[in-house]
Design a protein around this ligand. Structure first.
Ligand SMILES: Cc1cc2nc3c(=O)[nH]c(=O)nc-3n(C[C@H](O)[C@H](O)[C@H](O)COP(=O)(O)OP(=O)(O)OC[C@H]3O[C@@H](n4cnc5c(N)ncnc54)[C@H](O)[C@@H]3O)c2cc1C
Length: 470
C-alpha cells in the first residue's frame, strides 16, 4: 500500500488529474493483453516529462514502491501486470515526435508515441522505420523498445534492437542517463543501449529514444503461394533463402488460421489448402521484379498449387492486413486466446509445426499456427476458455511441451513477445542457471531494491523440464 502522504506528493508533482486511485480507475490497469493474469496497482500516474518521472522514481526508491511502466498494455507476457502492487506509470502525455533528422537519418521520440503514427510521420519525408509489430496501430515505441519487438519485416530488416541508437532513461536509483547517440560508430564502454532494449521495464524507465531510419524502398510487390502440405511450404522457404534472396516478408499461415482469417477479413483467401506463404519483396523495381519471378519459380517447383502476385497495391494491402489480423481473427473463436511465440532455426519450421500438431493432439487441445516463416518465429495459438480449468491445465501442459520441443530443435521460448510473468518459469530452460545468475546480477546492480517491474523475468520456481516424446 502507498501512504496517502506519498499519493499527495505524486499529485503535487504531476497534477491532481494525472493520479488515479479509484478502484474502477485502477482496475483498468490491473491486466494487459495476456489472458489469466491480473493484479491491482495502488495508483496509476501519468507524468508529463522526464523531470516528473525523476521525482516520482526518487519517491518510489525511498519508499520501496514498485514501478510498472506501461505503454498500451498489448504485450502478451503479462509484462505490465502490477503483480506486487505499486504504481503504474503511463506515457500518454509523453507521446511527441521530437525531431526527424534528415541529415543523420534519425527520429527522436518520447516513449508514448504510437508506433504507426511515427512510421507514417517519417514516411511523409521519404524515410523508413522497418520494425512493424502487428500491434503497431496501438503499441508504443516505449513498449516496442522494452520488448525488442519484431514484425513482418524482421527477416530482411531486423527488429527494434537494430534501430535503437540512443536512449534517455531514469534509473531506479534516481539517476538520469543518456546512452549512445546519432552515431554510426560508438564503442565507448558497455553497450547500455542494447542492455536496456528488451529489458521489459525491469531496469529503467525509458523517457526518450533516438531511432535509426533508412531511405524508403522505391517499390514493393506481394505474392501468395498455396500448398497442400506444410513440408512443401517449409521447403520453399529454405529454397528461397538458399537462392540468396532475402524477402521483405515471408509469412505463413496454417489451415485453421486461414479459415479464421478469411471468416474475419472476407477477402477471398482459400480455405481448402494446408498452408499459405505470404511473400513480399521491396527495393528498386528491377530487383523486385527479378526476385519475385525467382521466388514464384521456386514455389511452383516446390509443389505450390497456386502462386499469385497481387495485381494492385490495394490487393497487396488486403493480404498483409489479413495476415496482421490473424490473432484478432483467432480470438473470435473462443472466450480466451493464448498465443505463444516459440522460435526455431528456419530449417526446423516444418518439424516444429508437425510437433505442435502432435502436441495439440496429445493434450486434446486446438492449436492453430501462423508466423514469420523466414525467421522461424511461430505463433501457435490456442482458442480456449479460462473458465474450463481442466482444459486450461491441458493447454498449459501443451505449451510447456512446445517450449521444450523448440529448445530441443535449437530454438527459444520467445522470439519477440518477451518473458514477463508468463514465461518466467521457463527462462532457465533457455539460458541455464548460469544465465539466470548473471541476469540477476545485472538486475541487482541496476535495481538493488527491486522496484522496477518486480515479478517479471525471474520466477520463484523454474518449471520442471519435460522430455517430449511424440
Ligand atoms: C494483436 C497483437 C499483435 C501483436 N503483434 C506483435 C508482433 O507482430 N511482434 C511483436 O514483437 N509483438 C507483437 N505483439 C506484442 C506487443 O504488441 C508488443 O510487445 C509491443 O511492443 C508492446 O507495446 P505496448 O506499448 O503495448 O507495451 P506494454 O505492453 O505496455 O509494455 C511492454 C513492456 O514494456 C515496458 N515498458 C513500456 N514502456 C516503457 C518505458 N517507457 N520504460 C520502461 N519500460 C517500458 C512494460 O513495463 C512492459 O514490460 C502483439 C500483441 C497483440 C495484442
Amino acid at each position: 500500500m502507498i501512504s496517502s502522504e506519498n499519493i499527495q506528493t505524486f499529485k503535487r508533482i504531476v497534477g491532481e488529474d494525472n493520479v488515479i486511485t479509484s478502484s474502477a480507475g485502477r482496475l483498468v490497469y490491473s491486466y494487459d493483453a495476456t489472458p489469466n493474469f491480473q493484479s491491482m496497482p495502488d495508483a496509476v500516474i501519468a507524468p508529463r516529462c522526464t523531470e516528473e518521472i525523476y521525482k516520482i522514481v526518487n519517491i518510489c526508491r525511498d519508499n520501496k514502491i514498485p514501478i510498472v511502466p506501461r505503454g498500451s498494455g498489448t504485450n502478451l507476457a503479462a509484462g505490465t501486470v502490477p503483480s506486487e502492487g505499486g504504481i503504474v506509470l503511463l506515457f500518454k502525455h509523453m507521446n511527441n515526435i521530437l525531431e526527424i533528422d534528415e541529415e543523420n537519418l534519425t527520429v527522436t521520440v518520447q516513449p508514448g508515441v504510437i508506433t504507426l503514427d511515427m512510421i507514417k510521420a517519417v514516411e511523409q519525408k521519404g524515410l523508413f522505420y522497418p520494425p512493424d509489430p502487428s500491434s503497431m496501430k496501438i503499441s508504443t515505441i516505449g513498449g516496442n523498445i522494452n520488448e525488442n519487438s519484431g514484425g513482418l519485416r524482421g527477416l530482411k530488416y531486423g527488429v527494434t534492437r537494430d534501430y535503437v541508437m540512443a536512449l534517455e532513461a531514469v534509473l531506479p536509483n534516481g539517476d538520469i542517463i543518456r546512452t549512445g547517440g546519432k552515431l554510426a560508430k560508438d564503442v565507448a564502454g558497455y553497450d547500455l543501449t542494447r542492455l536496456l532494449v528488451g529489458s521489459e521495464g525491469t531496469l529503467a524507465v525509458i523517457t526518450e529514444a533516438t531511432l535509426k531510419l533508412i531511405p524508403m524502398p522505391e517499390t514493393k510487390q506481394t505474392m501468395l503461394a498455396l500448398y497442400e502440405s506444410m513440408d512443401a511450404a517449409a521447403k520453399s522457404v529454405s529454397e528461397i533463402i538458399a537462392a540468396k534472396i532475402i524477402p521483405a516478408t515471408l509469412e505463413f499461415l496454417d489451415r485453421p488460421t486461414l479459415i479464421a482469417v478469411e471468416d474475419f477479413a472476407q477477402i477471398g483467401l482459400p480455405t481448402d489448402v494446408e498452408a499459405v506463404l505470404l511473400i513480399e519483396q521491396d527495393g528498386p523495381p528491377e530487383i523486385v521484379a527479378r526476385d519475385m519471378e525467382k521466388m514464384a519459380d521456386i514455389c511452383t517447383r516446390e509443389q505450390a498449387v497456386s502462386v499469385q502476385i497481387a495485381a494492385t497495391e490495394a490487393e497487396a494491402l488486403a493480404l498483409t492486413t489479413a495476415r496482421r489480423s490473424a490473432l484478432s481473427a483467432l480470438a473470435r473463436l473462443k472466450p480466451t486466446t493464448i498465443l505463444e511465440d516459440a522460435t526455431v532455426p528456419r530449417s526446423e519450421i516444418a518439424n516444429m509445426v508437425k510437433a505442435i500438431n502432435k502436441i495439440a493432439e496429445k493434450h486434446n487441445v486446438r492449436i492453430a499456427t501462423f508466423g514469420h516463416a523466414g525467421d522461424g518465429n511461430l505463433h501457435p495459438t490456442c482458442p480456449t476458455d479460462s473458465r474450463d480449468h481442466d482444459e486450461m491445465e491441458r493447454v498449459e501442459a501443451a505449451f510447456a511441451d512446445i517450449f521444450a520441443k523448440a529448445i530441443e530443435l535449437g530454438g527459444t521460448i520467445t522470439g519477440e513477445h518477451g518473458v514477463g510473468m508468463m514465461k518466467a518459469p521457463y527462462l532457465e530452460w533457455k539460458v541455464g542457471p548460469e544465465g539466470i545468475a548473471i541476469m540477476k546480477a545485472i538486475k541487482q546492480s541496476f535495481d538493488p531494491e527491486n522496484i522496477m517491474n518486480p515479478g517479471k523475468l525471474f520466477a520463484k520456481e523454474t518449471r520442471k523440464r519435460v522430455v517430449v516424446t511424440l
